[in-house]
Design a protein around this ligand. Sequence first.
Ligand SMILES: [Zn+2]
Length: 155
Amino acid sequence: MNYFSLKELFPKEIYNKFSEEELSKKLDPNLISTLNDIKYFFNAIIIINTWSFSQSLINKYGLYNERGYRDQSSLTGAKRSPHKEGKAADFDIWEGSKRLDPSFVRETIVKNLSVFKNIKGIELNTEWIHIDLRDRSNNGKVCLFNASGSILKWV
Ligand SMILES: [Zn+2]
């Protein structure tokens, strides 16, 4: 079962420019399955891009366009971001009208990495959750890093 539409994983401009087949090729094949694993695990709503949502849902969750795949020319985030390789997603988790605390979500993911075998990077100290699948060649360990790119911990 896949809970996610490609609209949630691409900016509007890119979604409208390519076929779904072409779009799928831009993503790491494990990204959507990892997001589905997270959805199952938390049994809650995962909010990635919202540009295709109704106005009332955008009012609730916020307007997001570049939380999944990013174009090479995008100025959002790091220049060599795994988002530009289709290997990363930023999201929030909502239970009903409550957004889960991002630190709690990160800690829960880190404690259960055996469930999320393809996650290789998690950004710390952000108001959203960033996970990525970029292999950093450290015996499969998961890199916890901060926005400046500093590696804080391997787990
Ligand atoms: Zn990110």
